[in-house]
Design a protein around this ligand. Structure first.
Ligand code: FMN
Length: 304
């Protein structure tokens, strides 16, 4: 997830081994081949065979409109060790959509097809190419056409965020629409949207008919959500979540990204507050602090 799930967060969330794979933040592809350093920046896991320390593969996510440059950059990511490539046709951001990237391309299923096909053909057959889409841009009328285009182009799996771009993040996610797509395509579909608990996951799988699910915000709100779903373990306690916050702040980063860390931690709170009442109090206390050590010492003093 752009702006939230960096390598340190992936490391934390995948540590119990309950995610089948994770995805990087998106690498924006324009009309050039990006240097190796860009791929290492987005996916430091490339230096450890493309896996988090727990052995969870991390797919490199690409977003762009030029099929040839998407393909060339996908090949580069794979040559550096990416275990999979994920293509983004879901991003609702205005700046991204204005430059014909993300969900706006769902208005042009032929372009979606061309991009997926170019990447699939360029990348070795044993490397999965997965795709993420929303149900459409303004409406859902092209949802099935897009999914069929993606399948025909050779994608190995398709994750569907069960909303249009216009619906933003407003509940509900229309899981029954994923079932409609499931009736038409044969590639594995991955259901996504508003899975906040084990019960949501089971209901979503039932309604969508999917065996696979993708979790986004819920995984930040309840850091062991994947484990609760897969292994039916108890939700993480608030104290354990605080330990994760401290661990997250301790990962080595370059000086530049260190400056962002207090903001990233505050952003994580917007999700933690959904699950933990105590997160609200703590957030009120830390929100004015700018220095990482100040924030961490408050967490330590109050809860650890
Ligand atoms: C802050 C934020 C960043 C996101 N970044 C991405 C992204 O880079 N690529 C993508 O395909 N979806 C991205 N999404 C969408 C999520 O992957 C997911 O489809 C959406 O949040 C619905 O699922 P959820 O209810 O499990 O969060 C992002 C969502 C949020 C809130």
């Amino acid at each position: 997830m752009e702006g939230v799930i960096d390598y340190a967060m992936r490391e934390l969330l995948t540590s119990s081994g309950s995610y089948d794979h994770a995805v990087t933040e998106f690498v924006r592809i324009n009309d050039m081949l990006l240097p190796n350093s860009t791929f290492y920046k987005y996916c430091p896991e490339l230096k450890q065979e493309g896996n988090t320390k727990s052995g969870t593969p991390v797919f490199v996510q690409l977003l762009g409109q030029h099929s040839n440059w998407m393909a060339e950059n996908a090949v580069r990511a794979v040559s550096l060790g990416a275990p999979g490539i994920d293509l983004n046709f879901g991003c609702p951001a205005k700046t991204v959509n204005r430059h014909r990237g993300g969900s706006v391309l769902l208005k042009e299923p032929n372009v979606v097809h061309e991009i997926v096909k170019a990447v699939r053909q360029a990348v070795p057959v044993e490397i999965p190419v997965t795709v993420k889409m929303r149900l459409g841009y303004d409406d859902k009328s092209q949802a099935i056409e897009n999914a069929l285009a993606i399948e025909e182009a050779g994608a190995n799996a398709l994750a569907v965020h069960a909303r249009t771009k216009t619906e933003g993040y407003r509940p509900p996610a229309h899981w029954h629409w994923i079932a409609k797509i499931n009736d038409q395509v044969k590639i594995p579909l991955v259901a996504n949207g508003d899975i906040w608990s084990r019960a949501d996951a089971l209901e979503c799988m039932k309604v969508s008919g999917c065996n696979d699910i993708m979790i986004g915000r819920g995984g930040l709100s309840l850091p062991n959500l994947a484990d609760t779903i897969k292994n039916d373990v108890a939700p993480l306690s608030w104290e354990e979540a605080c330990k994760l916050l401290v661990r997250y702040s301790g990962y080595t980063r370059d000086d530049k990204s260190k400056n962002f860390l207090p903001n990233r931690i505050k952003q994580w709170f917007t999700y933690l507050r959904r699950e933990y009442n105590q997160a609200d109090d703590l957030f009120q206390e830390i929100k004015t602090y700018r220095q990482l050590d100040e924030i961490i010492s408050i967490i330590n003093r109050k809860y650890l």
